[in-house]
Write a protein that binds this ligand. Structure first.
Ligand code: CAA
Length: 381
């Protein structure tokens, strides 16, 4: 077993770490405060090759592999979870198009995602009554000649208002068995009848937009179907497996930032006439947080390794996401506890880390959904 990264993976990690220090960390608090989507940084990150990391060079991607992608998302998240989730979802959208799109659709959208011409891509699966129960969506797509007509609504869509292309799941065969009869479409921004609705007012990830979308007789050419008609639910599940590696990676980054900050803080403070670092209560929080986060990163990288080597990784991605997001949440709570009352103020970034990390236990499948996936995989052999 080789735990060593390749020189290329190390180079990408270090490049993104440097970018985060210089360009993301200094603006993260303001972006959070003002709910400002980081257009400028996203374009610069695209120029660094971070928007199509598993997309072939032919379509504008950097094709550096899933491990390098995981390391990059962790480094970005150390500066700002919103930058990281935008990057993660755009990469996921590019992968769906690359894997399932017709040549013309790939050529149309992939270079624009990879180059940052599109500020983002978005993944529209969730509906107001179908979150965890994703197979229960109701948005419909009816075939008419060479087009499909979409009607329905989506909710909680990351980058829904800024994305250049949105992957939409809709029911094409109403009477099909649950999980069948759903089809995947690539819908271009500005398509008549594709309406961007209200932006959610969120606790965290405030610099990433999250919106409602609706489709009112939205006409989408049949060429925009990704994969085969009726097989969309499987596509969603497969792509979410990969997305969960992204969110696990993100959580590791936020968790490390929180505890790193708290460690610097306790090194400089005293209480009861002694350095804070001399208290066992503090030492244990440090030990538990770093042990958990390092274990989480190993799980995330194992899932990334499996995906990169085209081996099954559904269970491993869910384990990584479940463990990384919950462990990072604990690390952020420890960080706040270590700062005491100051940790609860906006003068320090740890409250933002906690607000951001809570979202990661919810989107791309809640912790409860990950437990369903993991236990099914184990019980079904
Ligand atoms: N890979 C390939 N196929 C899969 C699969 C996978 N990982 N998981 C399921 N399938 C297939 C099954 O094999 C089955 O196919 P057959 O009928 O041919 O055997 C079919 O899909 C249906 O699967 P299930 O019976 O497991 O379906 P279910 O309804 O019981 O699904 C669930 C259960 C796992 C909870 C699923 O609904 C799920 O993952 N829910 C969470 C959805 C989610 O993560 N939403 C996040 C929204 S996107 C987001 O957050 C992005 C963002 O913007 C940040």
């Amino acid at each position: 077993m080789d735990f060593k990264l390749t020189p290329e993976q190390e180079m990408i990690r270090d490049m993104v770490r440097d970018f985060t220090e210089k360009s993301i960390k200094p603006v993260a608090a303001l972006h959070d405060e003002e709910k400002h989507f980081p257009y400028q940084n996203i374009k610069r990150m695209a120029d660094l090759g971070l928007m199509g990391m598993n997309i072939s060079v032919e379509y504008g991607g950097s094709e550096v592999g899933v491990i390098a992608y995981s390391l990059a998302i962790t480094e970005i998240a150390k500066g700002c979870a919103s930058h990281a989730v935008t990057t993660s979802v755009s990469n996921m959208v590019a992968e769906v198009i690359c894997e399932f799109g017709k040549e013309e659709i790939k050529r149309k959208h992939l270079p624009k995602i990879c180059s940052g011409e599109y500020p983002a891509g978005s993944f529209a699966l969730t509906e107001p009554h179908a979150g965890s129960d994703a197979a229960n969506i109701r948005t419909s797509a009816v075939r008419k000649n060479d087009n499909y007509i979409l009607n329905g609504s989506k909710t909680l869509i990351t980058s829904g208002d800024v994305s250049g292309v949105t992957i939409v799941w809709a029911v094409t065969e109403r009477n099909a068995k649950k999980g069948k009869g759903i089809t995947t479409f690539a819908v271009e921004k500005g398509t008549p009848g594709f309406i961007v609705g209200k932006a959610e007012e969120k606790m965290g990830h405030r610099a990433s937009s999250t919106t409602e979308l609706s489709f009112d007789n939205c006409i989408v050419p049949a060429d925009c179907v990704l994969g085969k008609e009726g097989e969309g639910f499987k596509i969603a599940m497969m792509e979410l497996d990969g997305g969960r590696i992204g969110i696990g990676s993100l959580a590791v980054g936020v968790g490390f930032s929180a505890i790193d900050f708290a460690v610097q803080y306790v090194k400089e403070r005293e209480a009861f006439g002694k350095p804070l670092t001399s208290f066992e209560a503090i030492q244990w929080m440090i030990a538990d947080s770093y042990t958990g986060l390092e274990a989480a990163q190993l799980l995330v990288l194992r899932a990334a390794y499996l995906k990169e080597n085209k081996l099954p990784f559904t269970k491993e991605a869910s384990m990584a996401k479940l463990f990384a997001t919950e462990t990072a949440r604990n690390a952020a709570l420890h960080a706040i506890q270590m700062l005491g009352g100051y940790g609860y103020t906006r003068d320090y970034p740890v409250e933002r880390y906690l607000r951001d990390i809570i979202g990661t236990t919810l989107y791309e499948g809640t912790s409860e959904v990950q437990r369903i996936v993991i236990s099914r995989e184990i019980l079904q052999g």
